[in-house]
Ligand binder design. Structure first.
Ligand code: SF4
Length: 361
């Protein structure tokens, strides 16, 4: 811990806030490095098995209790947010059955890189004033209950859909943190809950993934199955992805706090439209090298080509796209990934094609 006069620390905190905004962050707040207020709620969630196959959530349970586990001697957590709301958000979609949907946050550059670059610059600015200060930049890359710290930093409340909601910016934001061994005065925590009697997110979820307010069961969540889950997707889930090939935004799309929120200004996160409503028939035709080029530097690298192809096979079959049949037959026989071959076989079965002989029944 580095000692300093309190008034100097207030001035430094205010200066850091300005720097963060100058670096393009849409929100910034200061939280103390304490045990996250919802830690017990998180343990109960694990106990109920709602983390599904994300075994790391359980493994990292202890670390999430104390931010010192990820950065020793941490005193302050600076929480920053980037708004990724696309221009066309909320406009009616007229999707063709062969088009898929990608979560809005993943359509541009990989947010990890965007955060790390800006947070490193922020740390450099802080060190220009206090050379002895050390810090660690986090972008969804360490076991930290970031929404809790966002709330403690006064940025908003955790909605019934489990997202952090900022009163002006809404919930279409990504969070990052800079952990510092410098005791800056924290902001006032956000204590109100502006969800009120609304239950739109809970009602709109097509797979009933919310067991109740604030309780998301990953076992039923489209985002979990399309991104986190590796391998085969069970039939009943595969046929209920509702067009999503990477993530899902439904519980945010219906949230009234996202209706009038401003459009994001970080160009890197907005993407060039390639992944807005992709043509999945074209996806099935892509060569490995084309995939590598297409997803390099984006958040889609998390599932890699295989995850995206698997999901595309399922969406096309659920939507009854007959034009996909010859492509699926080729994939079932030749694809290099066993789960993609399996997904193609599953898709063909659903399209009522005998996947053994390749004929329409
Ligand atoms: S949709 Fe309603 S209940 Fe759900 S997070 Fe938004 S305001 Fe809260």
């Amino acid at each position: 811990m580095i000692s300093d006069e309190p008034e100097n620390l207030v001035a430094l905190r205010d200066q850091i806030r300005l720097w963060a905004l100058e670096l393009g962050f849409d929100m910034v707040g200061f939280a103390p490095a304490v045990t996250p207020p919802n830690y017990q709620f998180y343990l109960d969630w694990l106990q109920a098995g709602h983390q599904a196959g994300m075994a790391y959530m359980k493994r990292q349970a202890e670390a999430r209790q104390d931010p010192n586990a990820i950065f020793p001697f941490v005193d302050t957590i600076i929480v920053v947010g980037l708004n990724y709301k696309p221009e066309a958000y909320g406009q009616p979609l007229d999707l063709k059955p062969h088009q898929g949907r990608v979560a809005a946050y993943a359509r541009g550059s990989d947010y990890h890189t965007v955060f790390w670059k800006r947070l490193d610059l922020l740390l450099q600015k802080i060190q220009s004033q206090r050379p002895q200060v050390t810090g660690r930049a986090i972008a969804d890359s360490a076991p930290l209950m970031e929404r809790d710290y966002g709330q403690l930093a006064g940025l908003g409340w955790i909605g019934k859909n489990t997202c952090l909601i900022h009163k002006k910016i809404g919930s279409l934001t990504l969070l990052g943190e800079l952990l510092l061994d410098l005791p800056l005065p924290p902001d006032e925590p956000f204590t109100a809950d502006h969800c009120g009697t609304c239950t739109r997110c809970l009602d709109a979820c097509p797979t009933q993934a919310f067991e109740g307010p604030y309780q998301l069961n990953a076992q039923k969540c489209i985002s979990y199955w399309t991104i986190e889950h590796k391998g085969e997707i069970p039939e009943e889930i595969a046929q209920n992805l509702h067009g999503w090939v990477f993530g899902c935004d439904i519980c945010q799309e219906v949230c009234p706090w996202n209706r009038k929120s401003p459009v994001g200004q970080s160009e890197e996160l907005m993407g060039d439209g390639r992944f807005d409503n992709p043509d999945l028939l074209q996806w099935l035709e892509k060569q490995d090298s084309e995939w590598q080029k297409a997803i390099k530097g984006t958040a889609l690298e998390r599932t890699k080509r295989a995850g995206l192809m698997r999901n595309a096979c399922h969406v096309l079959s659920a939507n009854g796209v007959q034009d996909a049949i010859p492509k699926l037959q080729r994939i079932m026989q030749n694809d290099s990934d066993q789960f993609v071959r399996q997904a193609a076989a599953q898709a063909l079965k659903h399209l009522e094609v005998d996947s053994n002989v390749g004929t329409v029944l």
